[in-house]
Ligand binder design. Structure first.
Ligand code: CAA
Length: 283
């Protein structure tokens, strides 16, 4: 299918990053969020990011123009109706995602693929609320989307080969490297990443080392670009906790139990960069 127009549902950090990458790679984008102020914040963040990448020579003049001009905004999911492809990136709450998928199934053409950027919710379950489960696929981008090369492509139980191949081709057209994963809790990325972060929080809670010591060991000793606690702040501690809960419930092994300190920090609203405070503090 010829894809020209992509609708992105949800204008948070992931949604606006995805919209930006689609636009700078020549797609017409409609970015949709029910919270209108979120759309204003998203457009401002996209502008800042596009200008920065252009200044650094990582985007051409033409890509800059496209990034600044090819994104329309809307505040109702129904605005996805004319799109040739949809990427959902709303909050990680099953009921909300199911509602969005049911609406998308109503308003978009039956041949349109509905992709989800979910980091933890079953693609098979999302497919089951639509009449086109063979066209429901996971398309999991990494944060920060404009800089990270990976897109994890997740097949639900009913996802067709053709739909998975279309998503792989689209990820490549966006300049990303797609990797396929099956629909098990956490897929590949978060099955491995989040237990590592959770273990780092245990090490902090038990006083094995300070936050700086833990992050420095992983940066200088293992060549990770960021330490696990810094990275948790970037991802959002609520997101990490939610993924650990999904792993624990879905796989049933004690090794996935969320660290009590992680739970306490989320309960206190210390969610990382987005709330100004997590393991570190931010302006
Ligand atoms: N757009 C444009 N520029 C951006 C940007 C964005 N969205 N985000 C950051 N930058 C800029 C920074 O501002 C910085 O600019 P300056 O050089 O002008 O200061 C530049 O990019 C990169 O800065 P650094 O020199 O610090 O670069 P770095 O080499 O450390 O790269 C990084 C930054 C790519 C974020 C790197 O630290 C990294 O790879 N960190 C790990 C990120 C990661 O693991 N992400 C996955 C999270 S998991 C996930 O997303 C999935 C999930 O489901 C939870």
């Amino acid at each position: 299918m010829d894809i020209r127009h992509i609708a992105v549902i949800g204008a948070g950090t992931m949604g606006h990053g995805i919209a930006q990458v689609c636009a700078t790679n020549g797609y017409q984008v409609t970015l949709i969020d029910v919270v209108e102020e979120q759309l204003d914040r998203a457009l401002a963040a996209i502008r800042k990011s596009v200008e920065k990448l252009h200044r650094k020579g990582r985007l051409s003049d033409e890509q800059r123009e496209a990034g600044l001009n090819n994104i329309a905004t809307a505040s109702e999911v129904a605005a996805a109706a004319p799109a040739d492809f949809v990427i959902e990136a709303v909050v990680e709450v099953l009921d909300i995602k199911e509602q969005v998928f049911a609406t998308l199934d109503e308003v978009t053409r039956p041949e349109v693929i509905l992709a989800s950027n979910t980091s933890s919710i079953s693609i098979t379950e999302l497919g089951a609320v639509t009449r086109r489960p063979e066209r429901v696929v996971g398309m999991h981008f990494m944060n920060p989307v404009p800089l990270m090369k990976l897109v994890e492509v997740i097949r639900g139980l009913a996802t067709s080969d053709e739909s998975a191949a279309t998503v792989v081709a689209l990820a490549e057209a966006l300049g990303k490297t797609p990797v396929e994963a099956q629909d098990y809790p956490g897929f590949i990325s978060n099955r491995i990443l989040c237990p590592m972060i959770n273990e780092a929080v245990y090490a902090l809670m038990e006083g094995v080392g300070t936050r700086e010591a833990i992050d420095t060991v992983m940066k200088l000793g293992m060549n990770h670009p960021m330490g696990p606690l810094e990275l948790a702040d970037l991802i959002g501690l609520d997101v990490v906790l939610n993924i650990m809960e999904v792993l624990y419930a879905g796989l049933g092994d004690d090794k996935y139990r969320p660290c009590p300190l992680l739970k306490r920090m989320v309960a206190a609203g210390h969610l990382g960069r987005k709330s100004g405070r997590g393991f570190y503090t931010y302006d």
